[in-house]
Design a protein around this ligand. Structure first.
Ligand code: 5MM
Length: 341
């Protein structure tokens, strides 16, 4: 492991004004996104869509520090034969790769999931490095409901995250550690806080036991936020204050940066929350975005599978990337959204 190099990459991933584009939807997830815009989910359409995003020069050069790719995409070429990885690098952005293989039911724990993909991971990582990836991602999914999460699910997922992270560092890839507490339920913000605190404490304990160097990783957590079906809403300020307090209680200062997932928040909510946290300031780590839906919903809608819409889709992507870039530095305001509209 070359910790100096890992730290250099991790720091570049969370550099001021920039964040990560999560474009690593697995085949099933991208099909759902394409179904919503009535686009057939073929290999060529997936390639065309991702080529559109990665060749949006303004967005990529100014606001996207890294792109998380799915296995299919890292081997794909643009229409003109240039590897997609090369257009990402040409824009000054770092290619990364999702290496988990999705989730399976966790035995003995009804309704709970375990992320799989550790078998043969050590054989797959050098191939991704060779292809240009400099960081990786593994997502654990924790649901909140009656009687869940269980200690079994929290512990097993934290352990798998730590095993993955240690293997990545061994192969000189910066691990993005993503323990996602879902916002699907009717729980309030305090229950989300409590479960996320438990999950993060367990995760950092396992990272320690598995000898992961914190200087060479990035954390990708959810925010402290009420479930989508909660009757108790929370203001932007409450989400920001509670998330910052939660992270300060759980994430060691040696971690260079925290890049949030959007988790089903609206585009503008995800930006507003990130901005409000950075406005609080005085934080030991960089706070940025690693959004999937909150960066891509607008360009997907604008594109709708039509070549003549490529420019409009790239502008929609550039706008969201710029808004989130400003939020990374606490310089966003709702007026900027209205002006653009
Ligand atoms: C882009 O979606 C990623 C892959 O999801 P699947 O494995 O389920 O297809 C996902 O891990 C994503 O990186 C995070 O959930 C963040 O995305 P959001 O949309 O929550 O910002």
């Amino acid at each position: 492991m070359n910790l100096t190099e890992l730290n250099k990459i991790a720091v570049a991933m969370v550099q001021p004004g920039k964040g990560i584009l999560a474009a690593d939807e697995s085949s099933g997830t991208i099909k759902k996104r394409f179904d919503a815009i009535k686009v057939e989910c073929t290999e060529d359409n997936r390639r065309d869509y991702r080529e559109l995003l990665f060749s949006a020069t303004d967005a990529m050069k100014n606001h996207i520090s890294g792109v998380i790719l799915y296995d299919e995409t890292i081997w794909q070429k643009c229409k003109n034969g240039t590897p997609l990885v090369e257009i990402i690098k040409k824009a000054g952005s770092i290619p990364g790769i999702k290496v988990d293989e999705g989730t399976k039911p966790l035995p003995g724990c009804p309704g709970e999931l375990i992320t799989v993909g550790l078998d043969k991971l050590a054989d797959r990582l050098p191939k991704y490095y060779e292809q240009g990836a400099r960081f990786a991602k593994w997502r654990a999914v924790i649901d909140i409901g009656a009687g869940i999460p269980s200690h079994t699910a929290v512990h097993a997922n934290a352990h798998a995250l730590a095993r993955y992270a240690a293997l990545c560092q061994e192969h000189n890839l910066v691990p993005i550690v993503e323990p996602e507490v879902l916002m699907d339920g009717d729980h309030d913000i305090d229950r989300c806080y409590q479960v996320t605190e438990w999950v993060l404490k367990e995760t950092f304990q396992e990272l320690y036991f598995n000898r992961v160097a914190l200087e060479g990783m990035i954390l990708k957590p959810n925010m402290a936020i009420p479930g989508k079906k909660s009757a108790k809403k929370a203001s932007v300020q409450e989400v920001a204050e509670k998330t910052v307090r939660l992270l300060k209680n759980c994430v060691p200062a040696a971690v260079p940066g925290i890049a949030f997932l959007s988790g089903g928040q609206s585009d503008e909510e995800a930006t507003a929350h990130l901005d409000a946290m950075n406005k609080i300031g005085g934080l030991p780590w960089k706070l940025t975005f690693s959004y999937g839906r909150a960066l891509q919903a607008a360009p997907q809608k604008a594109w709708s599978g039509k070549t003549e819409n490529v420019k409009a889709a790239q502008s929609a992507f550039a706008h969201r990337a710029r808004m989130n870039g400003l939020a990374c530095e606490g310089r966003w305001s709702p007026d900027l959204e209205k002006k653009a509209a």
